[in-house]
Ligand binder design. Structure first.
Ligand SMILES: NC(=O)c1ccc[n+]([C@@H]2O[C@H](COP(=O)([O-])OP(=O)(O)OC[C@H]3O[C@@H](n4cnc5c(N)ncnc54)[C@H](O)[C@@H]3O)[C@@H](O)[C@H]2O)c1
Ligand SMILES: O=c1ccn([C@@H]2O[C@H](COP(=O)(O)OP(=O)(O)O[C@H]3O[C@H](CO)[C@@H](O)[C@H](O)[C@H]3O)[C@@H](O)[C@H]2O)c(=O)[nH]1
Length: 439
C-alpha cells in the first residue's frame, strides 16, 4: 500500500517507520526543512530507542522517503495519515491550528478515493470538521473518506509500542475505508476496535484521562501511606495483583508529565464544561498532580527550614526515562521552585540537557555526569528514573556530597541499597524515610 504520513514528530515518525517495516511504501511529509534534512540523512530528530535502526533499514529498502512537499508526498497515496501536534491552548482546549493547516496544505493534492486518517489526538467532532474542510479546499470536488485512528504509543518505547499495539481503534461510519485501514495494519496481528468516529476520538481522551487519574489516585494513596506509616510500593503490589485493578500505572512518584497526559486531561475537562457535564474527578486528578510535582521541594523545606544557598543536584530533566522530551516535565516545576526558594541547582540528564538549556538557560548549572552533579551538594533530588541513575551504588555516590541527603521522587533504590550506606538521610515517596547516622 502507498501511504503518506503528515508530520514527523513522535507519532508521525513512529507510524511511518513501522508501516514501512511491515512492508508498505511510506512517504513522510513535514514542513520543517531541518527535520526532513536530518531524516534523509538517516538521523532521527527525536531520541527514541530503536528508531534510527529501523529508519536506515527501511530507507535502504526503498520503502521509506521524506519530503517537505505536500504535492510530492500525496501523489498516488491511497492512505494519508495526519499526525501533527494538537497542543493545549490557554483555555485548556486542544489547539487545532496545525491540524487544520495540514488539511488545507494537503487538500489540493488528495486524489479521488484516498482515505484520510486522523491520528492526532483531537476533540470529539473534529473528524467531521476535517471532512467539511476537505470538501471546501479539495480541488477534485470529491467527498473524501475520513477515518479516526488514535495513537496510544508511549515515548521512550514508541517503536516497540507501534509494532505491538494493545489495540487498534478505527472510527468511521463507512465500512469500506475502515476495512482498508484494518488491512493496512493486518501484519501487526493486533486486536481491532471498530466504531464511529466520535467514539474513537473519545476512546483516546478517556484512556489518557483514566491513566492520569490512576496515577493521581496512587499518588494520593502514597501521601496517605507516608502519614500513616504504610509502604505505597507494597500497597501498589497488593492492589495490582487484583486483575480488575491491574499493576500498571500504580507507581507513586512526583506526578505525571509529558506532551500528552496534561494536555489531554485538560482538553477532556474543557469538553465536559462545553457540554455542561460535571466531571470534577478530572479537576481533582489535575490538582493532585500539580501538588505532587512540588512534593520533593516540600520535603526539602521540611528538612532544611529554608533552601537559601543550598546546592541541590537534580538527577533527570526528562519527563520519563528513555526520552529527551521535557514537555510538562516535573523537573521544570521542581527546578523553578528550588530557584525561587534561593537554592542553586546543578542538573544532569543522560539525553535531555540540550532541551533543559533551552528552558533554564543560565539559571542553573549543567553537569555531564552524576558524579559532577552531586559533588559537594547539600542534597540530591532524583527526578527521572533513568537506568543509569537506578544502577548507581548509593553508598559510593553519596560519599562525594557535602551531606548525604537524598530526596528520591521515583523510589529508585531498594531498602537494602539504602541500608548499605554508613550514613544517609533518604526520603522516598509514600514510605518511611531511612535515617542512618554514623555511630
Ligand atoms: N507524543 C506522543 O507520545 C503521542 C502519543 C499518542 C498520540 N499523540 C498525539 O499525536 C499528535 C502528534 O504528536 P507528536 O508528539 O508526534 O507531535 P510533535 O509536535 O512531536 O510533531 C508534530 C510534527 O508535525 C509537523 N507539522 C506541523 N504542521 C504541519 C503541516 N501543515 N504539514 C506537515 N507537517 C506539519 C511539525 O513540524 C512536527 O514535526 C498529537 O495530537 C498528540 O497528542 C502523541
Ligand atoms: O505508574 C506510573 C506511570 C507513569 N507515570 C508518569 O506518567 C507520565 C506519562 O508516562 P507514560 O504514559 O509512560 O508516557 P507517555 O509517553 O506520555 O504516554 C502516554 O501518553 C501518550 C500520548 O497520548 C499515550 O499514547 C500513551 O498511551 C500514554 O501512556 C510520566 O511522567 C511518568 O513518569 C507515573 O508517575 N506513574
Amino acid at each position: 500500500m502507498r501511504i503518506a504520513v503528515i508530520g514527523t514528530g513522535y507519532v508521525g515518525l513512529s507510524t511511518g517507520v513501522c508501516l514501512a517495516e511491515i512492508g508498505h511504501h511510506v512517504i513522510c511529509i513535514d514542513t520543517s526543512e531541518e527535520k526532513i534534512t536530518l531524516l534523509r540523512g538517516g538521523k532521527s530528530p527525536i531520541y527514541e530507542p530503536g528508531m534510527e535502526e529501523l529508519l536506515t533499514k527501511n530507507m535502504e529498502a526503498k520503502r521509506l522517503q521524506f519530503t517537505t512537499s505536500h504535492r510530492e508526498g500525496l501523489e498516488k497515496s491511497e492512505v494519508i495519515i495526519v499526525a501533527v501536534g494538537t497542543p493545549q491552548q490557554d483555555s485548556g482546549e486542544a489547539d487545532l491550528t496545525y491540524l487544520f493547516q495540514a488539511i488545507q496544505d494537503a487538500a489540493p493534492y488528495i486524489e479521488k478515493g484516498s482515505i484520510i486518517v486522523i491520528k492526532s489526538t483531537v476533540p470529539v467532532g473534529t473528524n467531521e470538521k476535517v471532512k467539511r474542510l476537505l470538501e471546501a479546499f479539495g480541488q477534485n470536488k470529491v467527498s473524501p473518506f475520513v477515518v479516526s485512528n488514535p495513537e496510544f504509543l508511549r515515548q521512550g518505547s514508541a517503536v516497540l509500542d507501534t509494532l505491538n499495539p494493545d489495540r487498534i481503534v478505527i472510527g468511521c461510519e463507512n465500512k469500506e475505508p475502515a476495512a482498508v485501514i484494518e488491512k493496512m495494519y493486518a501484519p501487526l496481528n493486533a486486536k481491532v476496535v471498530k466504531t464511529d468516529a466520535r467514539s474513537a476520538e473519545m476512546i483516546k481522551y478517556a484512556s489518557n484521562a483514566f491513566l492520569a487519574t490512576k496515577i493521581s489516585f496512587i499518588n494520593n494513596i502514597g501521601n496517605l501511606c507516608e502519614a500513616v506509616g504504610a509502604n505505597v510500593e507494597d500497597v501498589s503490589k497488593g492492589m495490582g495483583l487484583d486483575q480488575r485493578i491491574g499493576a500498571a500505572f500504580l507507581q507513586s512518584g512526583i506526578g505525571y508529565g509529558g506532551s500528552c497526559f496534561p494536555k489531554d486531561v485538560s482538553a477532556l475537562l474543557a469538553a465536559a464544561k462545553e457540554y455542561h457535564v460535571p466531571f470534577s474527578m478530572i479537576e481533582e486528578t489535575m490538582m493532585i498532580n500539580n501538588r505532587q510535582k512540588l512534593l520533593l521541594v516540600k520535603k526539602a523545606l521540611n528538612r532544611f527550614g529554608d533552601l537559601k544557598h543550598k546546592k541541590i543536584a537534580v538527577l533527570g530533566f526528562a519527563f520519563k526515562p528513555e526520552t529527551d522530551d521535557m514537555r510538562e516535565a516535573p523537573s521544570i516545576t521542581i527546578i523553578h521552585s528550588l530557584l525561587n526558594e534561593g537554592a542553586s541547582v546543578i542538573g544532569y540528564d543522560p539525553v535531555a540537557t540540550r532541551n533543559a538549556k533551552g528552558i533554564f538557560g543560565e539559571k542553573i548549572a549543567y553537569a555531564t555526569s552524576v558524579g559532577e552533579a552531586i559533588k559537594e551538594s547539600d542534597a540530591v533530588f532524583i527526578v527521572t528514573e533513568w537506568k543509569e541513575i537506578k544502577q548507581l551504588v548509593l553508598s559510593e555516590v553519596i560519599s562525594q556530597m557535602k551531606q548525604p541527603i537524598v530526596f528520591d521522587g521515583r523510589n529508585s533504590f531498594s531498602e537494602e541499597a539504602v541500608r548499605d550506606c554508613e550514613e544517609i538521610e533518604y526520603y522516598p515517596i509514600g514510605k518511611p524515610a531511612i535515617i542512618i547516622r554514623k555511630s
